[in-house]
Design a binder for this molecule. Structure first.
Ligand code: 13P
Ligand code: SF4
Length: 306
């Protein structure tokens, strides 16, 4: 039976209260999912929230590495992903494996390993520290090593390299959403709207980042445009964020920098999935105790560092 959104929303709230659950949602989620959430944010905000929130269940609306991260940080809680992990996934997170890290360590024995949080639990377990798009530069600056292996995002690695006097050894992964925002369409888009401020995500190509007025995480972008006196913005990120900002700030104008792209994994979750997931307590993030313990260190180090 298909229920209207308002009724579904009420049922989700009832289930949430009776099961002591909280709903965390990433900034790229569908609007109705964002409305149902107790907390919205970028990967870093949501990691911090998973560490501090009081609840028995976290219903994590995002992609699987984010729900895994919440479980690693709060292993005593039940963490649910409303869709199965192979549906709500991030392809970049699967571009590097734990075995790759071991090989890199053999090749560069003096290097520290920093993994972007967009990675599997097994990779986090082999890394020295995690980072997110909002703190990658700070983490790499602080880690006491002259050589840093950075996985899996080559674009974020090259962005960090601009700010640090250390050798960064990048892995060759990338985000298909941000990597497809190409220089030529960004230049053309800018030419057609010279008054717009260009803000891009650090997962974008280096030549796109070169054009930008600001390079920020998704929450960084939201914060900047809310507090800016400017009225025209061109965003180099997933298009759902552009639609959301246009709704929140109707007196300002938002455009896609180049071709507008959706993240498939992020867009798999709908309101009905929240309801079924909470009701049936599916799909539980299930990681072995050993993996939980070995992956926790790199995440806790990040939370202590920044
Ligand atoms: P943020 O941490 O900036 O929200 O980025 C997560 C992500 O997956 C971007 O593609
Ligand atoms: Fe992964 Fe890219 Fe989607 Fe972010 S936008 S979750 S990096 S595929």
């Amino acid at each position: 039976m298909k229920l209207p959104d308002a009724q579904l929303m009420d049922k989700i709230q009832d289930l949430k209260n009776s099961k002591r659950a909280v709903i965390l949602a990433h900034n790229y989620q569908h609007p109705e999912v964002q409305l149902a959430a107790d907390f919205l944010g970028d990967s870093f905000d949501l990691s911090r929230k998973a560490a501090s929130v009081e609840a028995d269940i976290i219903l994590f609306c995002g992609v699987s590495f984010m729900a895994e991260t919440a479980k690693i940080i709060s292993p005593e809680k039940t963490v649910l992903l409303p869709r199965p992990d192979f549906v709500a996934g991030c392809p970049m997170a699967n571009m590097v494996t734990a075995a790759d890290i071991l090989q890199l360590r053999e090749k560069y024995p003096d290097a520290a390993v920093v993994t972007y949080v967009n990675s599997t639990a097994a990779v986090k377990a082999e890394a020295d520290i995690c980072c997110t798009s909002s703190n990658a530069v700070e983490v790499v600056k602080k880690i006491p090593a002259r050589q840093v292996i950075f996985v899996p995002d080559r674009n974020l690695a090259s962005y960090v390299q601009r700010f640090v006097d250390k050798q960064i050894i990048p892995w060759d992964g990338y985000c298909y959403v941000h990597n497809r925002i190409d220089l030529q369409s960004v230049v053309e888009a800018r030419r057609s709207r010279p008054e717009a401020e260009l803000i891009v995500h650090p997962e974008c190509l280096p030549e796109v980042i070169d054009q930008a007025d600001a390079v920020l995480s998704t929450s960084g972008m939201i914060d900047r445009v809310h507090h800016s006196e400017k009225t025209e913005f061109m965003l180099g990120t997933e298009v759902g964020l552009i639609h959301r900002l246009q709704r929140e700030l109707p007196d300002k104008n938002f455009y896609a920098a180049g071709t507008a792209r959706f993240c498939d994994g992020m867009k798999q979750t709908r309101l009905k999935d929240l309801y079924h997931s909470l009701e049936e307590e599916k799909f539980k993030v299930d990681l072995s105790a050993d993996l939980l313990e070995s992956a926790r260190d790199s995440l806790e180090k990040m939370l202590r560092y920044v």
